[in-house]
Design a protein around this ligand. Structure first.
Ligand code: G3H
Length: 540
């Protein structure tokens, strides 16, 4: 039986989908603006799963439902609501004492937890993420929100005092920036949207959020929670084609923070649309082409295990994925053989299958892209070295290990974001360092070696070129308390539980010359709780 035929057999008919994982179409007609859930009656965008299902008429992507295809008008209504709610920093949310704001976020977490099963199932169907990873994405997001509350408490405790310097008495706190536009990516539609949206909210900004092009319907289950947990206008949602609904927001000049996880090309277009560039802050997670470097004395089995996870978790659709492997000539043959065998031992199947690794690809255009980029590599002298690598049936693609990859191939520089693993053999020990220096990306790197001198040499050469050097481990974002950043075209700003709070706020102070009169005035304000900024209340 051909590999394509085997893939065809992996797709189910309706009766083969386990009861617990069946889904009925979700028509997400509601949207939240200014604290009201409105019913959309206009044009709807139909959504299909990357999971194909066999019927009597053939095989088709599972129909998942639809969401509003909004226009400039609704986009501007959402903007007006967010601007009004912020009210130039005088809005209820922006001036609310931190402890009260935390109570609203905690209330939201409780409501969100109740939707776990719905969100996880929809996430799995919308982007083809395994059930286990969909559950992990949900749970990790809840943990991130709880950690954000703890980090804010900590920040507030440190600010709950006056400083006296050179005769000036001052209280310094972090204050919100204004209206934040938050847009996450399709590969982590929940988690990466919330890792900007929640810190933005928590710091007192008002928010407009637009779900990514895939991974939209899952937000239906959170709309009520947003409405119930936050004051009107603090959270507003828009749906539809980014090219239609986002430019009016940026061109208005009223967006203060653009929080966007996606391509540097789109981020560049959006930033240029803003008429007041100095007003706009960017919190951006962009392109990456993280390399692994396997040095001569690496523990081969460990390197293979980590490179497998790094290249092919969620089919390589992670911004932190290892997207090119540099393997020293002295071990290249052994590495390529063992790695190819490990790739072919991965289980392909449906997202709910136990132990599945490779699942249908989320983007409908990806199989065609894979065929093109593999053809380019082969035309320039590489081979697909694993059996059936690159063979596809609709959205399911057998991972391809491509070797030897050279600078003439698209795979050498292009971020593939799919299950293709390019391997570059090298001789001079510093060759991968030079590749990274010339690259447009600067997110992370993985170094595999047991030689302390060599690792130290690589660390010192690379720490000023990327933002995380992983030793004998794959690249990854977590743990989320660690800084997640990138140089060059890979990011703007740093995210982590605590860094995100800083990214969505600015240090602001109230200062007075330390005269007796001023001291008495400040004491009166603090003692009688006249201000929420000037306060020494300590959150326990
Ligand atoms: O797609 C980018 C994600 O932030 C990666 O997170 O390394 O935990 O998969 P991860």
């Amino acid at each position: 039986m051909t590999a394509a035929k085997q893939f065809e057999m992996l797709f189910p008919d309706l009766s083969q989908i386990p009861d617990a994982h069946r889904i009925t179409p979700i028509h997400q007609t509601e949207y939240l603006i200014d604290g009201n859930i409105h019913q959309w009656t206009g044009e709807m965008e139909k959504m299909y799963s990357p999971v194909y299902v066999k019927t009597a008429n053939g095989i088709d992507p599972m129909y998942l439902g639809s969401h509003p295809s909004m226009t400039e008008k609704e986009s501007l209504l959402a903007l007006d609501a967010a601007v009004r709610a912020y009210d130039n920093g005088r809005g209820k949310w922006a001036i609310m004492p931190v402890q009260e704001r935390i109570a609203h976020v905690a209330d939201f977490i409780g409501r969100m937890k109740a939707q776990r099963a719905n969100v996880v199932k929809t996430l799995m169907w919308e982007i083809g993420k395994t059930l286990l990873d969909s559950e992990k994405e949900f749970d990790r997001t809840i943990e991130y929100m709880n950690d954000t509350i703890d980090a804010l408490k900590d920040l507030d405790r440190k600010s709950s005092r006056f400083d006296i310097e050179q005769g000036i008495v001052a209280q310094i706190r972090r204050s919100p920036l204004g209206v934040a536009l938050c847009m996450g990516p399709f590969n982590y539609p929940l988690n990466e949207t919330f890792t900007t949206l929640i810190p933005a909210l928590t710091m007192g900004n008002t928010v407009i959020f637009k779900p990514p092009k895939l991974g939209v319907l899952l937000f239906k289950y959170l709309l009520d929670a947003f409405k119930e947990s936050f004051p009107p206008g603090v959270v507003n949602t828009i749906y539809g084609a980014g090219q239609k609904v986002v430019p009016p927001l940026m061109e208005s000049g009223k967006i203060d923070v653009l929080a966007f996880i996606g391509s540097s090309r789109v981020a560049g277009i959006l930033k240029k649309q803003h008429p007041r560039l100095h007003r706009l802050r960017g919190v951006l997670g962009l392109d990456a082409k993280n390399p692994a470097v396997v040095l001569p004395d690496a523990d081969l089995d460990l390197a293979i295990k980590e490179c497998l996870l790094g290249t092919l978790s969620f089919n390589g659709q992670r911004c932190t994925a290892l997207k090119i492997l540099f393997v020293h000539n002295s071990i290249a043959d052994a590495f390529v053989e063992k790695f190819s065998n490990a790739v072919n031992a991965l289980k392909c199947g449906m997202p709910w299958d136990a132990g599945v690794n490779i699942t249908p690809l989320a983007e409908p255009s990806k199989p065609k892209y894979i065929a093109e980029i593999l053809a380019d590599a082969v035309a320039h002298g590489a081979k697909v070295v694993n059996e059936n690598g690159g063979v596809s049936y609709h959205s399911l693609v057998q991972p391809a290990v491509v070797y030897p990859v050279t600078p003439s191939m698209r795979l050498y520089n292009e971020e593939q974001f799919c299950p293709i693993v390019p391997i570059v053999p090298f001789e001079h020990l510093d060759a991968p360092i030079e590749y990274i220096a010339q690259s447009n990306y600067g997110q992370q790197v993985s170094i595999f070696s047991a030689n302390a001198e060599m690792v130290a040499h690589y660390v010192d050469a690379l720490v000023n070129q990327v933002c995380r050097v992983n030793i004998n481990s794959q690249c990854q974002r977590g743990p989320d308390v660690f800084p997640f950043a990138g140089r060059k075209d890979s990011a703007e700003g740093t995210l982590s539980v605590s860094d995100a709070l800083r990214a969505f706020s600015i240090r602001t102070m109230v200062a007075a010359k330390g005269s007796e009169q001023n001291k008495m005035l400040l004491t009166d304000i603090v003692k009688s709780h006249k201000s929420s900024f000037l306060s020494t209340d300590f959150i326990l």
